[in-house]
Design a protein around this ligand. Structure first.
Ligand code: AMP
Length: 291
């Protein structure tokens, strides 16, 4: 156990950085920077954040320079380093795919001939994927704008990240295989996770972040409903373990029903409750939720 605060490696820029910071802030951990553009910030009393490239985070965590980190599953796979996955954070969803030129007769990665030149910034993942198919490829390493390589004649295919596929299409490429699916992950140094003191702090943080993620998908709904419609109301808002029913100080005709509902189902739920004669419907965000 070192006497420095526990270090969390967060993406300094790029697609994952904003969402990662937002998640920690929602969990009550707002970074306090000592100076503008500082790469280190304190994060509550227990943690220190270091801001580094998402691609480097598995190295920092595996080496123990940071006890935990947030990065893409693709970065973890490509690093080949051993880290403990603590939590799937859900954002930064993308796929690492094999793509070939649109006019190529190839429809599946397995049809690519041995010796195929593959441009990628994921040489390890690409090599392993084709090894699994029994195809020996040659890698053309690139660090960006991979999509152009097949058109320049430096590669026959690429392995690159995509989320909607539109960048591939715009660049005259088509997907012919999926290497892996990725989202942002909370990862930990295996020794730190196993350590009694550090492990407890890491587990508490993981639970805190998980409660924020769960809460973001839910809403708390309150409505005054006719007492004689309670059976139907229970069907519409079953909640986590049945709706909470609270007395309303009126003639006895109404009760208040409270329940957690899926954020995506709020509109339908309100409509169903209105049909049952509900009034005074109120929907609020939830900060944390642990079932
Ligand atoms: P950066 O290169 O710093 O923007 O970070 C890229 C990381 O964001 C990748 O390693 C993925 O984990 C994630 N990501 C999510 N969607 C995409 C996408 N459409 N293209 C590239 N990276 C993505």
């Amino acid at each position: 156990m070192t006497n420095r605060p526990m270090r969390i490696a967060l993406p300094s820029k790029g697609r994952l950085s904003e969402r990662a910071l937002e998640l920690f802030e929602l969990a009550g951990l707002r970074p306090a920077f000592a100076a503008d553009r500082a790469l280190v910030a304190s994060l509550g009393d227990d943690f220190q954040a270091i801001f580094v490239r998402a691609q480097d985070i598995p190295e920092y965590v595996a080496d123990g320079a940071a006890e935990i980190g947030v990065t893409g599953a693709d970065c973890v796979a490509e690093s080949g380093r051993e880290v403990t996955e603590l939590l799937d954070l859900g954002f930064g969803r993308c796929r690492l795919v094999v793509a070939a030129r649109e006019e190529s007769p190839v429809t599946s990665a397995s049809e690519l001939p041995p010796g195929t030149r593959v441009a990628t910034s994921f040489p390890r993942c690409a090599t392993d994927f084709f090894k699994g198919l029994g195809i020996k490829i040659s890698i053309a390493p690139v660090s960006g704008a991979t999509e152009i390589a097949p058109h320049l004649g430096v590669a026959d295919a690429i392995v690159d990240l995509t989320s909607t596929g539109s960048t591939l299409r715009v660049n005259g490429l088509k997907e012919v295989g999926t290497v892996l699916e990725s989202t942002a992950r909370l990862i930990g140094n295996p020794a730190a996770v196993a350590d009694v003191q550090n492990g407890q702090l890491i587990a508490d943080l993981t639970t805190g972040l998980e409660s924020v993620l769960r809460a973001s998908e839910k809403r708390y709904l309150m409505a005054n409903v006719p007492r004689d419609k309670l059976d139907e109301v229970r069907d519409v808002i079953p909640g986590l373990s049945g709706p909470t029913i609270v007395e309303v100080l009126d003639s006895g005709e109404w009760v208040a029903a409270h329940a957690v509902v899926d954020a995506t189902l709020v509109y339908q739920t309100i409509a169903r409750l209105k049909e049952l004669g509900a009034q005074g419907i109120l929907v609020t965000r939830i900060e944390r939720l642990m079932p």
